[in-house]
Every structure is written in structure tokens, then in C-alpha cells.
Write a protein that binds this ligand. Structure first.
Ligand code: HEM
Length: 129
């Protein structure tokens, strides 16, 4: 593990990141405890999988696939159509935490990623409760 590299490199590059994102959405589809989070998403998750993967590539220090396709992420604005409160934020974090653990992401990197995700997920809330 190259601890000096970007989080993207430390994670294992595009293939490993794609596997993490796919596992995140597989869990969202399968686990009843993420049902409220799943219900906010479109009936098919193919587009969501691609967009989160493209976004995270750049966000973690790899290629800017998302920005090349869609421009500035404007993440909070793009989430405004979805009612996100504490419960939705917590389900997103729990789902991602489970995905990181089950993909075997090494503990120091996993902790750093969870900290970064936590701040972003909290910032995405757009309603009380
Ligand atoms: C806080 C809880 C969150 C909820 C409930 C949530 C929910 C959603 C939903 C329903 C969509 C639309 C999916 C689609 O159009 O297929 C979406 C899109 C997206 N989300 Fe989240 N999200 C959350 C947090 C996050 C976080 C923490 C990140 C990044 C670290 C993120 C990144 C994205 C991206 C990149 C998109 C695609 C935006 C677009 O181009 O339309 N989300 N999210």
C-alpha cells in the first residue's frame, strides 16, 4: 500500500473504486435497513452507479470523469430534489461504511474516507429531522 499516494491510488484505482461503488449500490438494493435511501433513487440504479463512480474518481484525486461530462458537481444543489434529513444521511453513511468494510479497504484509508464522506453527507441535508 502506497501511503503517500492519492486516496484514489491507495484504494487501487478505477477498478477497485468501481467495485466499491457497485457494492454500495448492491447493499442499498438488498438491505432492508437502507430502504428509505433506496426509495429516493430512480427505479434503476445504473445511472446512479456511473455518476457516483465518476464523481469519486476526481474527488479522491484520480481522473476528472464527472466534471468532463457534467461540469461543476454542485453536489448540494443536485441533491435538492431529494428530501435528505438525518435519517437519510445516516443510512447513506451506514451503507458506505458497510461497503468499505466488506470490500476490505485498509483501516487507515477507510477511516479517512469515512471522515470525508461524513462531512459531505452532513452538508447534503436539506430538511430538518
Ligand atoms: C446524505 C445522504 C445522501 C443521499 C440521500 C443521496 C441521494 C442521492 C440521490 C437520490 C441521487 C440521484 C441519483 C440519480 O440521479 O441516479 C444522488 C446523486 C448523486 N449523489 Fe448522492 N446522496 C447522498 C450523499 C452523497 C454523498 C456524500 C456524495 C458524495 C460523496 C454523493 C454523490 C452523489 C453524486 C455525484 C450524484 C450524481 C449527481 C448528478 O449528476 O445528478 N451523494 N444522491
Amino acid at each position: 500500500m502506497n501511503e503517500a499516494g492519492t486516496p484514489f491510488e491507495r484504494l487501487g484505482g478505477e477498478a477497485a473504486l468501481r467495485a466499491l461503488v457497485d457494492h454500495f449500490y448492491d447493499l442499498m438494493e438488498l438491505e432492508p435497513r437502507y430502504a428509505a435511501l433506496r426509495a429516493l433513487h430512480p427505479s434503476t440504479l445504473a445511472g446512479s452507479r456511473d455518476k457516483l463512480f465518476w464523481f469519486l474518481c476526481g474527488w479522491l484525486g484520480g481522473p476528472n470523469h464527472y466534471i468532463e461530462r457534467f461540469g461543476h458537481p454542485m453536489l448540494r444543489a443536485r441533491h435538492l430534489p431529494y428530501a435528505i434529513g438525518n435519517a437519510e444521511r445516516d443510512q447513506w453513511m451506514a451503507c458506505m461504511t458497510q461497503a468499505l468494510a466488506e470490500r476490505g479497504v485498509e483501516p487507515a484509508l477507510s477511516a479517512a474516507l469515512r471522515e470525508a464522506f461524513k462531512g459531505t453527507a452532513d452538508w447534503m441535508r436539506n430538511r430538518a429531522g
